[in-house]
Structures are given as C-alpha cells and as structure tokens.
Design a protein around this ligand. Structure first.
Ligand code: XMP
Length: 512
C-alpha cells in the first residue's frame, strides 16, 4: 500500500463507535472532505490524515494486534493521526504505554498539562464527554497532555509527530470545545478549513433533494407514512412540492401507542400545512399482540412487523409504486452498522419495510435532525412541527418497563399529560430535546389508611443536539414537587414518582 499525502481528505476508521458518523459531521462542517471506512483499506492509506474512532473492543482484553500494526505503520510513515477513545488507547499501547480498567461516562473534568496542536482552544480546566471503561495510565513514548479528574490520561501526543490521542469524544455536542480539536487536527494535517453553517448546508441540499425526487419519480402513486414527527412531515412536504399533491398519499397508522390526544394533534398540525393523511386506526391489533409481552426488544419486533404489514396492505390497495420515508443520515449509518459495532436497540427495525415490491424514496438521507429542522424552516413549516420533540416509532411501548399491559399504558398516558402540562407552564418544555415519562412496577403505597400496591413513574428530561449524547435536566424543586404530587393524586395506582439523573452515556434516552 502506498502513502500519498496529497489526497486532500481525512479517513475515519470506524471501529464500531456509536459516534463515528459525528466525526464525519464535524469535518463536513469544517469544510473538509472525509470518508468513513470500517477497516484500514487502501482508501484509508491514501488519505492525508487518519482518525481512528472509538470501539466496543478493548485494547486491554481483545486481540487488537492487527489494528496496532496499521497504527504503527501510519506513525512510521509520518501520517497525521488522531486516536479517539479506543483509538487513543491503541495509540498508547503502540507507543509502549499501559492501560487499566477505570470507567468514565458522561460529563468529566479534564486538566490540561500541555497544550498540543489539537488542544489549542482548551483552558487549563475543561468539561468533556467520556464513554469508556479502559483508561490510559502510562503513555510510553508519548507525552501526557491532559489528565481526567479520575486520573486517566485524557490527551496525549507524540513529540515531533502529528500524532494525537484524546480519551474523550470531541465529536459529540456535549464536549463544548470538541470542534476545536478537529480544527487543530485539520491544520496539523496541512488541510484548509472552510467552515459552513447548517443553513449553508441545507440551502445547497434542498435543490438536490427536489431533483432527486423528480428524477426518481416515473409516474404512479407515492405512499408516505407520516407520524407527525419532523422527518416524515418534511419528507412528505418536499415530495408534494417535487411531484405534486395528487401523486402523494400520506398515511398515518395509529398503533395505539401515541400520547394522550396526540393522534388528533398530529392530524391537525399536518393538515394545516396541506398534508391530509388517510388515518388508519390499527390500535386494537397492535395492543392485543403486545399485551403481556415482557421483552422490549420483542415488542419492537412485533410493532415493526405489524407496521410493515399494514403499510404493505395500503400500498397494495392504492397500487402505489413508491414508498416515501423520512430516513435521515444517522438512520442510514446505524441500520447498515459497521462490522465492529454492537446493537444497542433495534431502533431502525421499527416501521420495518413492507414485504412487497415497491421503490423506496428517501430524500432526507443525507441530513441530520438539526438539518431536517432547518429544511423544514426553509420550506416555511410552522415551528410546532419543526421543533417538535422527537418521539420513538414504537411510541409508549418502549416507555413501559417490565410486562406490557394496557393498564400501564393508560396510566402512563395520564402521567405523561401531567408532566407535559407542568413543563409547558413552567416554561421548560421548549428547552428540552425530550421529556420521557416511563412507568415501572412496583412500589407499595399508602393512600388514606390503605395499602396501595402501585406503579412508579420515572421522569427523564434531557437536552441534546442529536440524541447521540444527552444531559439530564432537573426542574426547580417547586416544579418537581408539583409534578410529583399531581401524578400521585390524580393518577390512581401510581404510588411513587422519580426523576432520572443520568447522562447518556451511560443511560440511553429511552429506557428500553
Ligand atoms: P436512545 O434511547 O437510544 O434514543 O438514547 C436516542 C433517540 O432515538 C429515539 N428513539 C427512537 N426513534 N424509533 C425511533 O424512530 C425507535 O425505535 C427509537 N428508539 C429511540 C429516542 O426517542 C431518542 O430521541
């Protein structure tokens, strides 16, 4: 393999990190071309610089000799190299350092000992986002440039070389100065930076998406599965603009797992912008199949299958030639997961594909959620659609912890309504990425003088930019108190309320 540094792009070796595509996103916004590769391919060797990502593998426990060999070749060839998380640990091992097991998740303080080229914007003390269990305690030939509050080497570099390692994740939005790490690395690699904004990217994406739809469409009906969420609404609106309202048939399949009043709210919202879906109430079938199912993954599977069945039926009935989906870039990346990644949840099986032959149109598949929102704004969609909280495809089914029953679903709906009302009246709701209310069993209560075996409601309020990482929000003690008292007073059989105070990682946003 040859090394030709004039290539002008950065290769990201995705060794199974949940965040590898965010590295791609950061580099795109800095105006640098990059490629995602799931191994040390020819294309990686030809790149001007290489980023080695995080991974579920362990440089301490797994056999990672092959990966170390490639990293060694890059160092020997003088290739600019940035190791992130696992990549940082591999660098430390290759350079003769030492690792131990010491987990760090979420918000973590780091102290900068030495400002190398990628830490130029960091102050002496900074907050970063971590997600690892192995920890570098000795860097061998590399210098120790930052240490975490828990004593792990948080950044290293190899003197005289363009080789850097960071234990934290500069690609996630919860590392406030993360982008500056990439800026520093791009400069160290001798490449130019031409920063772009979300608006710039969406403005140039919009005509491409229209012409993609127009050139893919060769007549016939297009069925579009809408949920009221921003992705499916923007995709449908775009399709109507590109190929005409008469050719697009929006369909809302109600699986009975929406929040209180949500089906009506969604229908009204999207009708206001000229999308008039066929409404199909399939709740009886979904809820009967889910009753008593303990495993959340099993529920996701059932919902995916039933959804695909319903959709197939409609496509056949109207004789549609196309199915329009609001798939975004992370969905594309995550559903075609790279060979080293682990499945966390079956997110993307939800609303599974119909079993009949139909061409799938995905006009948003190059965009992230924040970009889809921006596109919605550029299309003139109202803020109540564009800034709507994300809601999972399988709905409240993933917020019932333990056995799924219609009783728990109903109690959860009522508790969720109270939480929403209180958050809106306290002015908090719009600042959140999501308000996730869940129900779990069981907590012995005393109501009046009676024992009351009941359920517990957990309230998880989070901020996030993309759902990949999240920070929790705790409202003021007065709001916490009001939410808690209203739920236990107004919702029979709820005996306790808790607020979840964990970041992501380690806790995902939805409970299962
Ligand atoms: P987690 O729970 O993995 O969720 O931290 C990250 C984001 O994804 C949403 N989510 C889903 N969205 N289908 C979806 O369309 C799903 O099955 C699904 N599960 C989780 C979640 O609400 C959060 O915003």
């Amino acid at each position: 393999m040859t090394d030709r540094p004039e290539a002008g792009y950065i290769a990201i070796v995705d060794l199974g990190s949940q965040y590898a595509h965010l590295i791609y996103k950061r580099l795109t916004y800095l105006g640098v071309r990059s490629v995602l590769a799931d191994w040390f391919t020819e294309e990686v060797y030809r790149a001007s610089a290489v980023v080695v990502s995080g991974s579920p593998m362990s440089a301490l426990r797994d056999d990672v000799r092959e990966i170390e060999e490639h990293v060694r070749v890059f160092i020997d060839n003088g290739k600019p190299l940035l190791g992130i998380c696992f990549g940082h640990q591999v660098l430390a091992s290759v350079l003769g350092g030492r690792l131990t097991v010491r987990p760090e998740y979420g918000r973590t303080k780091v102290l900068i000992h030495r400002k190398n080229e990628v830490l130029g914007d960091f102050n002496y003390e900074e907050v970063v986002w971590m997600s690892h269990s192995d920890c570098v305690v000795d860097t061998g030939a590399a210098s120790v440039d930052a240490i975490s509050e828990n004593g792990c080497v948080a950044a290293l570099s190899l003197p005289g070389r363009k080789v850097f390692g960071v234990q934290f994740h500069p690609e996630v939005s919860h590392t406030p100065k993360g982008t500056s790490v990439f800026r520093g690395f791009i400069r160290a690699a001798g490449l130019d930076i031409n920063e772009i904004t979300v608006k710039d990217r969406v403005t140039s994406y919009y005509p491409q998406a229209l012409s993609y739809l127009q050139s893919s469409y060769r007549g016939g009906k297009v069925v579009s599965a809408v949920s009221g969420g921003v992705d499916s609404t923007v995709a449908t609106y775009l399709a109507i603009k590109a190929i005409g309202k008469d050719n697009v048939i929006p369909v809302l399949i109600d699986h009975g797992l929406l929040r209180e009043g949500e089906a009506d709210e969604v229908l009204n919202n999207i009708k206001k912008v000229g999308i008039e879906p066929i409404y199909i109430d399939a709740s009886y079938e979904f809820l009967s199949r889910l009753e008593g199912v303990e495993s959340c993954e099993e529920r996701r599977k059932i919902i995916g299958e039933l959804y695909a069945k319903e959709l197939s039926r409609i496509i056949e009935e109207v004789g549609a030639k196309y199915l329009l989906q609001g798939t975004t870039f992370p969905d594309v990346i995550e559903s075609g997961r790279t060979r080293h990644s682990r499945r966390i949840k079956s997110h993307h099986n939800v609303g599974g594909l119909p079993q009949i032959n139909v061409e799938v149109l995905e006009p948003l598949k190059g965009l992230y959620k924040d970009e889809v929102r921006e596109l919605g704004r550029q299309l003139g969609l109202p803020e109540e659609i564009v800034s709507r909280h994300p809601f999972p495809g399988p709905g409240l089914a993933v917020r019932v912890i333990g056995r799924f029953t219609r009783e728990k679903l109903e109690l959860l709906r009522r508790a969720d309504r109270i939480v929403t009302e209180e958050l809106i009246s306290a002015g908090i709701y719009d600042r959140l990425w999501q308000s996730v209310v869940t129900i779990s069993e069981s907590w012995v209560g005393i109501k009046g003088d009676e024992r009351d075996e009941g359920y517990m409601v957990n309230v998880r309020l989070v901020t996030s930019e993309d759902g990949m990482t999240a920070d929790y929000v705790l409202p003021s003690p007065e709001v916490v108190d009001r939410i808690s008292r209203r739920i236990t007073n107004e919702v029979n059989r709820i005996t306790a309320v808790s607020f979840v105070t964990s970041t992501k990682p380690p806790a995902t946003i939805e409970p299962c």
